[in-house]
Design a protein around this ligand. Sequence first.
Ligand code: TTP
Ligand code: MG
Length: 383
Amino acid sequence: MVTILHVDMDAFYASVEQLDHPEWRGKPLIVGAGPFERGGVSTCSYEARKFGVRSAMPSRTAYAKCPHAVFVRPRMERYHEISDIAFRVFLDFTPYVEAVSVDEAFLDISGSVHLYGSARNLAEALRRSIREKCGITCSVGVACNRLLAKIGSEENKPDGLTVMPDDPDDIAAFLAPKPINTLWGIGSKTAETLKPYGIVNCGDLQKLDVGQLTAILHSAETARSLINHAFGISSALVHHLPTLEKSVSREHTFDVDETDRTKIREKLLELVSEVGSRFRSEKRWAKTARIKLRNSAFETITRQTSFETPVRDDISIRRKALELFEREKFTAIRLIGFGLADISGSPPGNGLSLFSNPDDERLKRYERLSDALDSLRKRGLVK
Ligand code: TTP
Ligand code: MG
């Protein structure tokens, strides 16, 4: 039997700020743009959520709702540090980890449940370990597939654990009262289309047959998948990275589905710089580059390719990333990710022949240039 666990840190950026600043604990805290600036809320503490503050809300609006909140700017480097610790904890429980974002992952724990006696015990051990090693809390959902595991982790947020039912009738009954946008692939547009037909909750979808829903949505494939989802049926597997321990990756989720290819490419290149700098600073070499794209229907693709010889300079890495990216066709993107894998601590070749041909000389020049760029990046002078 397959057992999937979905873990999501609670109010992630805000929790890290409260961890580092005890004086902000228990208080409404908003991470994002300042109250009198353009820009929005990245996230906020649960204390601020009581006042109606939410992610992606303009900071001005957040200020109007909660003027006494502490406003702080994001410190991405620090969040990545805590995220890296969390992902190392995940790997203590299974090698099959799929990073969804900086604070969220799916774990296929099918092979490790027996070590803990039950999935619940494993999940509790993982939550304890996260609390001890990261200093913040997370919420976990356990189920037979990703869809239900994700719904489970939302169920008892913050600091919660939900083990979803196994029996198909119990699952259907659990989902019936939930609004349809609880399901993947139902954004506000689909929800608006379905509303006039009285389709508001998963239970309403459960009563339809594929033909009826196809007549509304004009796609039998979408109709079939939505009805399946309303019953909690989903075949999506954990897209784990086989060499996660040796890889470095970063991802970005757009606030709204992004259709502008130029903007997506720009974001990709930012991620490339981040990943590249990170492992140049650790003196590592990459053999494989990988991009990850997720569309608005929550379908994820990963594409990877190898370098002819291991590299770590910005130019070679950018070139590979763009090569992978430009091959892909899409209309809108929800998430983009980039990673480098198969990293080893030693330089390519035996070291002696490193400068023996013009290609190596060129790579060495690129590396020096990359190091110079990294130091400018550190000072915030270039992206
Ligand atoms: P989420 O997991 O969606 O939110 P969260 O961890 O802050 O709160 P919770 O899971 O308890 O509901 O996102 C993770 C981080 O991603 C979040 O802390 C900040 C960042 N983020 C943004 O920058 N903009 C956004 O619109 C969202 C949703 C998240
Ligand atoms: Mg979260």
